[in-house]
Design a protein around this ligand. Structure first.
Ligand code: ZN
Length: 233
């Protein structure tokens, strides 16, 4: 078999190998992305912190309102005990009482919305949590399949690569390096057949001189138009 014919077979193997490698990389990158789990984990964590903050805010308002109530009760006791007779002192306590009352009503107004917000945050956290658990369950199944697929493709690639190396070993080094560089430059097609005197790579009709050179030359003949290696009829 001449080099051009072996190279044509090598080209078919290389094409298959490239497809296999692409599949392998696709499976590998799917495995790496973990079915989108990292971003779902991030969302669930944000929702967890959001709920915690909302509950803290609500609890803070509750405790502030309890403290204010105690303060108001103490002020009221002093105001109505009849023990204070000094007008200035009485006025000062009344002012303090009024301001504490205003503050309390502001806080009390904020309590309901804060409880609502905490409830909403809890619901949001539950939704995110369930989403994450669903995704984790389905990922554990597909991960297993993907690992098997990755292994199968990896073994196939290795076997085919070995086959390729064996086929390539019978080709002179310079022919092989010409083939390899054409493969890169010519979109994966380095060797083409000649059919009815036409190069099947570029569809140009070859001059008779070139056609006879394909038949008689000992080495490889390249198309004068597209530079691909020609395999005669
Ligand atoms: Zn050509």
């Amino acid at each position: 078999m001449n080099s051009a014919r072996i190279l044509l077979e090598l080209q078919a193997t290389d094409k298959e190998l490239a497809t296999l490698r692409l599949k392998y990389h696709k499976v590998s990158s799917n495995l790496k992305s973990e079915g989108g789990l990292p971003s779902l984990r991030e969302h669930a964590e944000k929702a967890r912190i959001g709920e915690l903050e909302a509950r803290l805010e609500s609890a803070k308002l509750e405790s502030e309102s309890a403290l204010l109530r105690e303060r108001l009760a103490a002020l009221e006791e002093r105001l109505y005990s009849g023990a204070i007779t000094n007008v200035r002192e009485l006025t000062a306590i009344e002012t303090e009482h009024a301001s504490a009352k205003r503050e309390l009503s502001q806080i009390e107004e904020a309590i309901d919305p804060s409880q609502l917000a905490a409830e909403e945050a809890r619901e949001a956290r539950e939704v995110r949590q369930a989403e994450l658990e669903d995704a984790e369950r389905s990922w554990s199944k597909s991960e297993l399949q993907l690992r098997r697929e990755q292994r199968r493709l990896g073994l196939q690639c290795m076997a085919m690569d070995k086959e390729r190396q064996a086929a390539a070993s019978s080709i002179p080094a310079e022919d092989l390096s010409l083939y390899n560089s054409l493969l890169v430059r010519k979109g994966g097609i380095a060797v083409v057949r000649v059919e009815r005197g036409v190069c099947q790579g570029c569809r140009v009709k070859l001059p008779l001189r070139e056609l006879s050179r394909i038949r008689t030359a000992r080495g490889l003949v390249s198309c004068s138009s597209c530079s691909r290696i020609l395999l005669g009829e």
